[in-house]
Design a binder for this molecule. Structure first.
Ligand code: OAD
Length: 254
């Protein structure tokens, strides 16, 4: 194990363009359940609807109050969570790359906002599934994104047209785009990075999976930190079995 950690540390410090890709696992130790774990969001939900059916634009149009009830519950979990040692180690890593004049980008699937709260630079942090603390007009009266003001129940309204607002998140029946989810930016990164560090994801969604497969295809070193690594195939894949909040500080600060 210490050999693997040493190899990962030396690859990361030798990178000139590092991309870090995170998933729900990095926030697990902040108390936010992962998606596909035993307490996953998709398995909690309201009494009447299967959660997978709820995270769609179609379901939102049919039952906006029900959908918002569920998102307000999730938002409450996120608001009560604090960044952990894993989030903080990534901030330190970003700063060390910045000091060395090297490229660093963070791609996160998490909508909890904890990377930004920990201090990751919003200019180089791409929240490819959105951020639950924000809303936008459900009818797209404008492309603007607004912070969600305190709301305990009901459907938040668009501050511009007064119609229904939606959470600023990507739903299962929607496509990635550049404006809201940095689709093209991430595809471009996939051709430029020279080391990819993956933390806490099952890689079930298409853009993160593309980022990883492009890196493996290009022969770029890929480091995967996860108590149950995804079993990625590739000569230059290093799998480190363990929790993000323990392994990340060890690799990055050790
Ligand atoms: P998943 O719930 O699919 O996977 C979480 C991963 O984190 C699993 O591989 C766990 O083994 C790992 N894990 C658990 N605890 C960990 C810890 N302490 N440290 C490190 N890893 C740990 O979550 P994601 O892969 O993020 O999309 O899910 C991706 C997307 O699927 C979500 O963003 C969401 C969902 O559909 C949208 O909402 C569009």
């Amino acid at each position: 194990m210490s050999d693997t950690i040493d190899r990962a540390r030396s690859l990361i410090s030798g990178a000139s363009h590092l991309v870090v890709l995170t998933g729900a696992g990095i926030s697990a130790e902040s108390g936010i359940p992962t998606f596909r774990g035993a307490d996953g969001f998709w398995r909690v939900g309201s009494k009447n609807y299967h959660p997978q059916q709820m995270a769609t634009y179609r379901a939102f149009c049919a039952m906006p109050e029900e959908i918002w009830k569920w998102y307000l519950y999730r938002l409450d979990l996120c608001k009560n969570a604090k960044p952990n040692a894993g989030h903080r180690a990534i901030v330190k890593l970003e700063k060390s790359f910045e000091r060395a004049g090297k490229q660093f980008h963070l791609v996160t699937q998490n909508v909890d906002g904890l990377h930004l709260e920990a201090g990751s630079d919003p200019a180089t942090t791409y929240q490819v599934h959105g951020n639950i603390h924000f809303i936008r007009c459900a009818k797209e009266c404008s492309p603007d994104i607004h912070p969600l003001a305190k709301q305990n129940a009901g459907v938040p309204l668009c501050p511009q047209c007064g119609g229904f607002a939606r959470p600023h998140v990507l739903w299962f029946d929607e496509m990635y785009d550049e404006k809201n989810y940095k689709y093209e930016t991430v595809l471009t990164l996939s051709q430029k990075l020279d080391v990819l560090l993956i933390v806490g994801t099952t890689l079930q969604t298409s853009l993160p999976a593309l980022l990883v497969s492009a890196a493996i295809k290009r022969g770029v070193p890929v480091i995967d930190i996860n108590p149950e690594p995804a079993g990625l195939d590739g000569d230059r894949v290093i799998q480190i079995s363990g929790k993000a909040a323990e392994i990340l500080p060890e690799i990055l600060e050790g």
